[in-house]
Design a protein around this ligand. Structure first.
Ligand SMILES: NC(=O)c1ccc[n+]([C@@H]2O[C@H](COP(=O)([O-])OP(=O)(O)OC[C@H]3O[C@@H](n4cnc5c(N)ncnc54)[C@H](O)[C@@H]3O)[C@@H](O)[C@H]2O)c1
Length: 406
């Protein structure tokens, strides 16, 4: 049966051309879906969001406190992307609205682009192509290399770095990596110290995460520590690299080529992009498209819609970026209550007292807290009615309450 609230279908609003896989998943689960190709400005969003239970966006729509306030029926927001910077998460948390994103599904796309760029840099393909476009035929092997047998140094051996490790080894590269966390080497890859990696790698590629400590991780000193004529890639975050230092090393020949996908200042879209790396030969510049493939979009569409549907059905908040992570094994037909509250003492006792006074048995329960939020999931032995919902909502410090079937 289709999920309903007070007799109407729950509505899902998907913006920014989110993969059709998401709309299909919601429709198959019985939701009413409205999908738009573009982002909405705040006034339109405030208008549209009023009867929406689930909102899906990518990276352009700003979800302000005003939009969240207008979304009186809003239960969850899905960011079909990695970034959640444009969502006012504090306002969402204040209303007990879960926010989900997808930090994984485009990692293969980034790894593949990095591998392709390594080959193109070592073959000096872009300068040759630029010359050809200008009518110059310059057939030369000078400075062009196979990747086989060369050493790739991966800084940041997480989801992307480790996949690139596999791909590079398959091409016959020797892989060394440095990660601040203890991570398992894949294949024949070898963990080394940061400075050691810089001194031995023919290609250095950055795949560190975006924590603020990584600001200016790579500057003049680190470039100086690299092997002469090595190549350099950054597909992680723009603020990690000093672009002036990179430009100077490219011009001096210290660095033989670079591929850069991320920049300290990235415009929203359109003309006017400026970088000190422009017009330097053997430099591949791409507009933060490492993870932008149709396959990644489909995977993200499937992943985020599955997380949202699971949250709607079972309350599972695992991987939510703002709610406490809470999961209670779900059995079809359970009578489930999901209670989000301020993280203060005595809430569970108050709920348990209400249930106990009505002779309702708690079959299982789970609680977790995160900052000033608490989230409890209960399975009880009978369907909850409107009166019970009213009583539970009146428990002091309650932020939001949902129950299956109410
Ligand atoms: N270009 C794109 O379109 C695109 C797409 C997806 C992800 N990214 C970016 O790529 C980066 C990597 O993504 P991921 O999914 O592999 O992240 P991840 O969290 O899985 O891996 C990052 C790894 O870097 C390590 N690390 C952090 N700081 C380090 C440091 N100073 N030195 C060495 N290791 C360090 C961490 O321990 C972790 O293992 C992120 O910054 C992400 O935002 C870019």
């Amino acid at each position: 049966m289709a999920p309903t609230r007070r007799g109407g279908f729950l509505k899902v609003l998907l913006l920014e051309n989110i993969s059709a896989a998401a709309a299909q998943a919601f429709r198959a689960a019985g939701y009413e879906v409205e999908a738009h190709g573009s982002a909405l400005e705040e006034p339109q969003l405030v208008e549209k969001i009023r009867d929406v239970s689930v909102l899906g966006v990518r990276s352009k729509t700003r979800i302000s406190a005003a939009a969240i306030e207008a979304g009186k029926k809003l239960v969850a927001v899905g960011a079909f992307s990695i970034g959640v910077d444009k969502i006012d998460r504090a306002a969402a948390s204040d209303r007990g609205i879960a926010v989900f994103n997808d930090p994984h599904s485009n990692s293969r796309s980034v790894a593949e682009l990095a591998l392709g760029e390594i080959i193109l840099l070592l073959r000096r393909t872009f300068p040759a192509s630029t010359e050809m476009h200008a009518g110059v035929w310059n057939k030369s092997a000078a400075g062009a290399h196979e990747v086989r047998g060369l050493t790739l140094g991966i800084v940041g051996y997480g989801k992307i770095g480790s996949q690139l490790s596999d791909l590079a080894e398959a091409m016959g590269m020797r892989v060394v990596f440095y990660d601040t966390a203890h991570v398992l080497a894949r294949g024949n890859a070898r963990a080394v110290e940061f400075r050691e990696l810089l001194g031995m790698a023919d290609v250095v590629t950055l795949h560190v995460d975006g924590k603020k400590e990584n600001q200016d991780l790579f500057g003049a000193e680190e470039f100086a520590a690299m092997k002469k004529s090595a190549c350099f890639l950054n597909l992680s975050r723009g603020f990690v690299v000093d672009h002036d230092a990179l430009a100077a090393c490219l011009k001096s020949g210290k660095v033989a080529g670079a591929a850069v996908d991320v920049f300290p200042h990235e415009p929203e879209s359109g003309a006017g992009f400026k970088s000190v790396l422009q017009a330097i030969p053997n430099v591949i510049l791409t507009p933060h498209v490492g993870g932008s493939t149709e396959e990644a979009q489909q995977n993200i569409g499937r992943f985020v819609s599955a997380k949202l549907l699971d949250y709607l059905k079972t309350g599972d908040s695992t991987l939510s970026v703002n709610l406490p992570q809470c999961h209670l094994e779900y059995e079809e037909g359970s009578y489930r209550l999901m209670h989000i509250h301020h993280n203060v003492p005595g809430i569970l006792r108050a709920i348990n007292d209400i249930l106990g006074d009505r002779g309702i048995n708690i079959e299982r329960q789970a609680l977790n807290t995160r900052g000033n939020l608490g989230y409890a999931i209960y399975d009880i032995n009978r369907e909850c009615d409107a009166e019970l919902m009213t009583e539970l909502r009146a428990v002091p410090h309650t932020i939001a309450l949902r129950a299956k079937g109410c």
